[in-house]
Ligand binder design. Sequence first.
Ligand code: PMV
Length: 328
Amino acid sequence: MNDHLNEAVSSAPAKVILFGEHFVIYKNPAIVTAINKRIKVHAQVNDNMQISIKSGEYSLNVRTTSKVDPVLAPDESLSFLYPIFKCVKHVLSEQNNHNVGINLDVDSQIPYGEGLGSSAASCVATVAALYSLFSYRDRDRIYGTAKTMEENIHMNSSGIDCYVSTFGGIVNYEPDRGFSKIGIKKNFSLLIGTTGVKHATGEVVSQVRHFREKNITLFKDLSSRARMICKRALNSMLEGNEVELGNLLTENHKLLTLLGVSHPMIEKLIGRCLDNGALGAKLTGAGRGGAIIALIPSESRKEISDRISKGSEKWMLVEFDHNGVAFG
Ligand code: PMV
């Protein structure tokens, strides 16, 4: 191997889409934030020419010289390790290092397959850890490589998840202006509820495409309402107006329901939040399962989130993350 360190550690945050999912595909804006749930990757060079990835009880071992990807079926529970494997392969080959191996220990706080950006965060953290072995810590380069990997793994990836995971903060995406960070006066508290229903983003996206083809005028109207919501949300964040922001989350959710991407479990969790003091709530990501987010009033965040999260579902009270990818 070329000049390198023997080990390196990096971590990267999850994301939630606050506003604009689905509509963003049709040239509308979206607002996305990084949250303080992370995936941490510890990379160590080995001399047995294996890529060995371990996460809790799961592991994947492939020889570095192998020309074929590991076959994960029938054990699909391993599929969350696949983006990590692809990133290791890519960086080793980019660095012309085919003859050494890497052990990776992965520790994740991000639920997989719930629309919280676990795949992008695992790409960002893995690329950052591998580049750190070669003493590169350039965020633009990490973002570029992680985005390419995500695009290869998930066709039609917009790159938003990798951007937010690399650079952190709240990001406004406008189709003609790209990404810009939003500076906010106060931090908002979000409660995330996971439905436990895994969704396949591609399938939900194509369901919405059919809906749009059949309901051209309605879709135009919903899109213009979604654009207006993003605009007002931007102002409420800049002003620190959490009551208005909560109302906008619920308004955005109604649009998504009209698109047909909600689910009984999503409605159940949202109802629970709104009946117990949340300022607003919506599904986040593709929908038809996955996760919901609720805005919790900051002056009574503990009391209200405790009240909501008494049920058997899984809840996480989170803050926005302003750091993005971290080293060490
Ligand atoms: O559930 P996720 O994190 O895959 O989010 C999908 C968001 C969509 O707007 C539906 C698709 C996209 O690429 O923006």
